[in-house]
Write a protein that binds this ligand. Structure first.
Ligand code: GLY
Ligand code: MN
Ligand code: MN
Length: 500
């Protein structure tokens, strides 16, 4: 037998400089084109987003986007850093403890109306011994295209002087709750300090939240965003297919925990940055808990395993749910429930196009009607009422917008008709409680089938970003029976991050 060495990275190439996040120059396997600031998204696109934002604001307005800081679980033990998604969306900047500021200085309708400032941590040799290279002011200026950069240490003085020149101050908020208490205290010290600073220095000016304006922009994805999300969907789909096939391999997983770890490994190995969220890996009746994340049980042969998992690439999430039998073959009751959910999933996906004039809420109502009528055909469910369906059997919503946030974007209305460029999940489910009201052989079966759909104008223009993830009963059984999942000619690792 031959062992093929797919790659030999003998010598580290010399890079002109180092920065606090990947760039084309320092990580060309990840950022595959010179213009990209983050995977698939160019510096020009980030610039256009800023321009689009300020076009919607009055002259003499200042927008302050406060980045997140590192959070600690105890002492100096930190959590995985998550950048504030509004700052990231406007800049591509990934370092903690930073602030982005946009001035609208004029109303000519040209790019001269806009001045973009970044306040970032300066290079500090001591910090960098512990945390590695940072971009610093110069790296930020050279790569992220602000008109001016400043050491974030000086943010109070810097912002105070900018505020003076403006009539309107727009600031991001953490949650819709903040809308009722604009000057309420924030957990994060910098945010809190900036809100205090506004109290002192912005009196007499109009201070408003910016979240809903940015949310409207983020709700409609650009063609490049959809490409990145498609890649995240394809990688995640394939990882789940591999997990399905592994049940029938000579080395199957035995527990929820090892399946969760296997999915994590496959998402990342195939190009995603990390998992998009804590996955649900639920054997048998554990799937009745909608957000089951203990993932600490064993997997039993006479049960289904249910998975809700996805990878994240360049900040964008995939979100997939599937279920498959640990024995390799669905039992009749498992198949009955699964087929009801699958047919609703497919019927709803078929409704996802802008010309159809449906909102997420319309889709939800459609899914309830469809699920109810399909379920009534199953023995023992003939008399199930619609309210029993929504209260006990399908107690969640059909889906949500998807993007940088898993539920993207907080504050977006579910009553707005779907628009081209929206990306939504379609995730009907059925969870049959351990209650003798329902036929015994169906009790304890829980299934959700979830795909991610990029909405187009017409039916033909819509794309199911996760269509590669196996979901027909016969395909799932065939995949398990083959015990392997392969895509000829494509290696899994480091091979296919070209997003175009
Ligand atoms: N994975 C969480 C959700 O589907 O909304
Ligand atoms: Mn999900
Ligand atoms: Mn979802």
């Amino acid at each position: 037998m031959f062992v093929v060495f797919k790659r030999l990275f003998r010598t580290r190439p010399k890079t002109p400089y180092k920065l606090g996040q990947p760039t084309y120059e320092t990580r060309p396997h990840y950022l595959t084109k010179p213009g990209y600031l983050t995977p698939g998204i160019s510096a020009i696109e980030y610039y256009d987003r800023r321009l689009q934002l300020i076009k919607q604001l009055p002259k003499k307005s200042l927008t302050i986007l406060v980045g997140n800081s590192v959070q600690y679980s105890s002492g100096s033990v930190f959590y995985d850093f998550q950048q504030d998604n509004n700052l990231f969306y406007m800049s591509g900047w990934l370092e903690p403890g930073s602030i982005g500021v946009l001035e609208k200085v004029d109303d000519k309708g040209t790019d001269e109306d806009m001045v973009f400032h970044m306040l970032v941590p300066d290079n500090d040799p001591y910090t960098e011994i512990w945390e590695g290279e940072k971009s610093g002011l110069q790296g930020c200026y050279n790569n992220f295209n602000p008109d001016s950069v400043e050491d974030v240490k000086n943010y109070k003085k810097y912002l105070t002087s900018l505020i003076k020149h403006h009539d309107y101050i727009f600031i991001d908020k953490q949650s819709s709750n903040d809308f009722n208490s604009f000057f309420s205290l924030h957990k994060d010290q910098t945010r809190e300090d900036i809100h205090q600073l506004l109290k002192t220095h912005a009196s007499g000016k109009t201070v408003k939240p910016i979240n809903s304006v940015i949310a409207k922009m983020r709700e409609v994805k650009s063609p490049s965003e959809i490409k990145v999300m498609h890649k995240a969907g394809q990688i995640s789909s394939r990882a789940i297919n591999k997990a399905v096939a592994k049940v029938g391999s000579s080395n199957p997983y035995m527990s929820e925990k090892s399946l969760a770890a296997y999915l994590d490994y496959e998402f990342i190995r195939s190009g995603c940055d990390k998992q998009a969220y804590i996955p649900v890996v639920a054997g048998g009746e554990n799937a009745l808990v909608i957000h089951y994340t203990r993932n600490d049980d064993l997997l039993y042969k006479d049960e289904l395993v249910f998975v809700d998992a996805g990878g994240k690439l360049g900040g964008y999430c995939a979100d997939i749910s599937r279920a498959w039998p640990i024995s390799g073959t669905f039992t009749e009751p498992q198949k009955d429930i699964y087929d009801v959910v699958l047919s609703v999933n497919k019927a709803c996906i078929d409704q996802c196009y802008a010309d159809n004039q449906m909102s997420l809420n319309d889709l939800h109502d459609f899914s309830v009607r469809k699920l109810h009528s399909n379920l009534k055909n199953l023995p023992g469910f003939a008399h199930v009422s619609r309210s029993e369906v929504t209260k006990n059997l399908y107690p969640h919503y059909i889906g949500h917008h998807l993007g940088l946030d898993l539920h993207d974007v907080p504050g977006v209305s579910k009553f707005t008709k779907l628009l081209p460029g929206n990306v939504v999940t379609i995730e009907p489910g059925l969870y049959i409680p351990k209650d003798d009201k329902w036929p015994k052989h169906y009790q304890g079966i829980g299934v959700r089938v979830e795909d991610d759909v990029a909405v187009g104008q017409t039916f033909k223009d819509s794309i199911n970003l996760t269509s590669g993830c196996v979901k027909e009963v016969k395909d799932i059984e065939a995949l398990i029976s083959s015990g392997r999942c392969s895509t000829p000619g494509i290696y899994d690792e480091l091979t296919d991050l070209h997003i175009d």
